[in-house]
Design a protein around this ligand. Structure first.
Ligand code: ADP
Ligand code: TRP
Length: 381
């Protein structure tokens, strides 16, 4: 019979090695037990396992700290997201990892991040009941991005609109731009998110997130909740002052919060054709009307459409009505915005509390994914 080889060469005192190994094993099993208590490892029930104490479903969304937040952001994402606070456990964050694909100024990164906290606060985000945080405070998300990258087909990323646009525009094309959708999938999946309120332009990203999650679940077993996009069909895409999609990157935005004077100035800059006051106009193709319609009461809108078609109304008059309607909506929140924006310590405190809450959930879900692929779970920070 073949003699069993000793684990260690004879003559070596293995006592301390054995002890070190045993200690390591005990520590490891404690970690695993802790993680299992936190929810990792067990099969995933339908509703996910990191729900709030209230048992509500989770809504999650992110917004990049780039440029001036505008009315398109408000109607497409911020307003629906804030409404979901009534029914969901809301997790909203500042997508600064994503912003780093383009932002090169640390001062701008910080200032725009603070601006977003102040905006959400002024518009009614409840920072105590819900969770508002900075993406880069949760480094777990970058690790999950790697796990997801390893099941994401290159072809899927090559088809992404944002990447193709960047390629066409020959702007700086870094690898972050290419893997942007995987980072976004990690953002969503790491919080067991059920619903994701976003504007129409994010639809493809949500589809990719679902694809990636399904693929991972198929290969490694139930791990992630498959999220649903929540897109306000009536809002679709808000045009900017030049008629293209209102966007921070096109410099065509109507800012969400500025002084009344600045807002009026911007509204007066909305581009129109050169039809005279008396000429009949088409409300469906008029830029001012298309912006106004999102802020007007239905009766007023009907009346303006009638007057447009009939003739006798000038663009200046329509712009004044648009300004008043927008101002009626944002005006009441303006003071709260400026007050919060000026209180840096409070803004940082809000972000720190949000990060602590978000990180606990992120760690639990990341551990679940780590175990599924054959890595060990790690202790919660
Ligand atoms: P931007 O395109 O101005 O850089 P972001 O990419 O940060 O803005 O978008 C933040 C959120 O606002 C996303 O959910 C996006 O779909 C939404 N959004 C942005 N622009 C518009 C728009 N013009 N109309 C409707 N929703 C928009
Ligand atoms: N890509 C989104 C945008 O440009 C921002 C974002 C990053 C996001 N991560 C997300 C939105 C997760 C919803 C969910 O607007």
């Amino acid at each position: 019979m073949k003699k069993k080889r000793p684990a260690f060469p004879s003559g070596v005192d293995t006592g301390h090695l054995r002890k070190a190994l045993t200690d390591e094993l005990i520590k490891h099993s404690r970690v695993i037990a802790a993680c299992s208590r936190a929810g990792a490892g067990a099969p995933l029930p339908k509703e996910g396992r990191t729900q709030s104490m209230t048992g509500r479903k989770r809504s999650l969304s992110g917004i990049k700290p780039t440029g001036t937040p505008h009315l398109g952001n408000y109607l497409g994402m911020i307003r629906p997201a804030l409404q979901l606070q009534k029914t969901h456990d809301a997790f909203y964050f500042i997508a600064d990892y994503h912003a780093l694909t383009t932002v090169r100024s640390p001062a701008e990164m910080r200032a725009q991040s603070h601006e977003l906290v102040a905006i959400f606060g002024a518009l009614g985000m409840d920072f105590d009941q819900h969770t508002f945080f900075r993406q880069s405070d949760i480094p777990e998300v970058t690790e999950l991005t790697w796990l997801l990258s390893c099941v994401t087909p290159m072809g899927l990323l090559e088809r992404a609109h944002a990447y193709k646009d960047a390629q066409a525009k020959s702007v700086e094309l870094n690898q972050g731009v290419f893997s942007y959708p995987v980072l976004m999938a990690a953002d969503i999946l790491i919080y067991d998110s059920h619903e994701v309120p976003v504007g129409q332009d994010q639809k493809q990203h949500l589809e990719m997130t679902r694809d990636i999650a399904q693929r991972f679940n198929h290969i490694f077993g139930e791990t992630f909740v498959i999220p649903e996009p929540r897109i306000e069909e009536a809002v679709a895409t808000i045009p900017g002052v030049d008629g293209r999609k209102m966007s921070k990157s096109y410099n065509n935005e109507l800012p969400l919060f500025s002084t009344e004077k600045e807002l009026r100035k911007k509204v007066m800059r909305i581009v129109t054709d050169s039809k005279g006051v008396e000429e009949p106009k088409d409300p469906d193709t008029c830029n001012v009307f298309q912006i106004y319609r999102h802020f007007a009461a239905p009766e007023d809108l009907k009346e303006w459409a009638r007057r447009y078609r009939e003739g006798g109304v000038g663009y200046g008059e329509m712009k004044q009505a648009a300004f008043e309607a927008i101002n009626a909506l944002v005006g009441p929140h303006r003071d709260a915005y400026f007050e919060l924006r000026g209180d840096e310590a409070r803004l940082e405190d809000i972000l720190a509390r949000g990060a602590a809450k978000a990180r606990r959930v992120a760690r639990t879900v990341l551990n679940r994914a780590r175990e599924r692929v054959g890595f060990r779970a790690m202790e919660n920070p």
